[in-house]
Write a protein that binds this ligand. Sequence first.
Ligand code: ARG
Ligand code: ZN
Length: 853
Amino acid sequence: MTEFNARYLKDYLPSDFSINTIDLTFELDDNKTKVTSVMSISKNTSEANKIILNGEQLKLIAVYYNDTALNASEYQVDDDSLSFLIKDNECTVKIVTEIDPENNTSLEGLFKSGGAFCTQCEAEGFRRITYYLDRPDVMAKFTTKVIADKNLYPYLLSNGNKIDSGDLNNNRHFVTWEDPFLKPCYLFALVAGDFDLLQDSYKTTSGRDVRLEIFVDKGNKTKAHHAMASLKHSMRWDEDTFGLEYDLDIYMIVAVDFFNMGAMENKGLNVFNSKFVLADKETATDTDYFNVEAVIAHEYFHNWTGNRVTCRDWFQLSLKEGLTVFRDQQFSADMHSAAVTRIKNVRVMRAQQFSEDAGPMSHPIRPEKVVEMNNFYTLTVYEKGSEVIRMLHTLLGKDKFRQGLDLYFQRFDGQAVTCDDFVTAMADAAKIDLILFKRWYSQSGTPIVKVEESFNTNSGEYQINLSQLTLPTKDQATKYALHIPIAIELINNEGTQSHLLELKSDNQQWRFSGFHEKPTLGFLANFSAPVKVDFEQSNSDLAIIMTSAKDKFLRWDAGQKLFSNTISQIITDTNYQIPAELIDILATQLCDNSDPALIAEQFTLPNFHELVEQFKPINPIKLVDALDKLKLFIAKGLEKQLLSIYQALADKPYLNNAQSIGDRALKNMSLSYLVLLPEHHDLVKRQYLTSDNMTDALAALQSSATQTVESFDAMMASFEQRWENTTLVMDKWFSLQAAYKGSNIFERLKNLTEHSLFSLKNPNRARSLIGAFAQNNSRYFHCETGRGYQFLADQICSLNAINPQVASRLITALIQYQDFDEYRQNLMKSQLERIAILPNLSKDLKEKLDAAL
Ligand code: ARG
Ligand code: ZN
């Protein structure tokens, strides 16, 4: 078995060499693309002599040192490097390599997506293109000449500005691009293909005209308008909010169907998974629209937080990702309901990040040890990273935060820096001490904050005691107290007070005076810190918060607690009668019709994964049963109200604005309850047949993906027929099939993996079927026979050879086995052991299996 070495943050050393310029020439060919790289290299220290360039899956053709070809005895080449002596302080090195894009199913480096060539270099994919110092602190000026057949590849794109183009022999042509900004090679991109092009322009505040170009598959141009509008909104927002303008004359986005991630912020040439570009009302849901806008914004915002200032090394990934996620979340909150946007962020933290942080791959937002970097594009680095930036924003306030960000750019523009540099800039600008706060970067695990309160009726003094505890994690046995900003509300008849408490040690007390009666505590307003809260509150206190808190997040969260308290009772006591008062409390929420999207969130029960995180280790089937029971109870208890809401909204015309989106969310939430009552099954069929938009059609199908709704298969067949040529829509169909709650699910899954549109080579397809099954079909994924785990493990075994990154994402559902009962833990572990003995186990899977087993 190959041994893979871990790399450690503590071992960081600056590079011995700089690469100042690199001139690349690509002669594109499906199986034999020739890459010629000419680099000007200089020594950073006089002792430097041997250069070790990274390179994988490359065929080396020739190496030249100052124009003289090196013979085989003058260099060493192995599976992952090329090394030779550098005698001069400055020299020119030319390297010619050959690569095979068509057979590159890992989708890292240069690969083919449909008929087009494209690249993905982050984190370490550039070394699959040519030998290079593939590390983010080596920044060079890139010039790229692309040569290809003129008919097949009319568009030849790379970073920066087009400086030359022309025709060549054999019906070929070329384009040369020059990127004036120094950049690390992970931001390099090349695309060649035939596309439809949507063009627009944007004028920055300071008067620069920017050409905006979105390239999509032929026939999809009308689906690119939402992406274009989103791009322009993002550019305006970043100028208005942070004073940050775009810096090149052209900004290009290319949508491709084969992509491991959401998108990539390559300088001036973003490459996107087509899922996050294409949208129109027939094919995209309101959620898709939201996500397209958010990902477009995210990649655009990276131009400053990522490209202009980049990471010194990959351990610092959250420097750019946490900050950029925070920026895109703020943007989305400004473009939509801020409360609903925040609720969605928090659900991701609670359902997925908390569990990652408690599992075998637990790591701080700045990891200290990495085997395969691709394994660290995690919810922890991204989402918890964003929560850490948000805490800074809360502690500093909006204005000081802005000053801190200004100082950060003033100090570090054009450099590759660390998370420490960022926090220091914030502390210096705001003139506050963030030494303790920095511990969030080095400590993994979710802190638990325990709340105790007391009230002295005689003095009118109210006291809160807070204590914090972070449990040991796989990577760290000892934990310390963190600096935790905690926003609270003290709710009473005389007016609600808001306070920000800064918890900085294991235990702390606060006193508030002047109350006539005990106030009700609304704890962790706006989810001011990524923590779990240990606080018993009565249903009547929760009901007060639900109606009276100023912070909408607190109102929603109190409702969620009410749900999870109820579910916990159902699980522990089989004779438990859900109290009728629950229906009364919920009914009050249906009356307020100011924000329909928020009501829809208030009626969305905590999902399976959020609850697992609260009750683990748990028998998952008991949890699924309890959720079903509560949902049915609410459906029965509120049938009349839900039906009248549904009917009032059912025939409203489709509009693409906040009110209409909110109305659809509320209507479809009502439908998801009504469908539990057989007398309303006709509603889903009617909605499916009459809907003129994907949101409503999909909601009807989602509500009926159970064995009890007979029309499901017929609707699915009609959906398939209508959309068989639109793969992004067929992904929704595969996901719906995967979520089917019927005991013949395993036969269905087998047929689906043999469906003519299914392929493990396409990451979207793999995720839409296999990922969706593991994630959304908890009843059958966790079924007693173990067939669910076996199905997932079988697919991971196939994917190991095809696309290790996708395999490694999908294994998450199995490595977090510690969340479940012992019986299931054993079933899951035996599947992991089966994967662990694969002959060519990838580094990606190996790292996770070593941690889990
Ligand atoms: N930087 C990209 C983004 O956040 C993600 C690239 C992820 N690449 C990877 N190989 N994991 O937008
Ligand atoms: Zn990013």
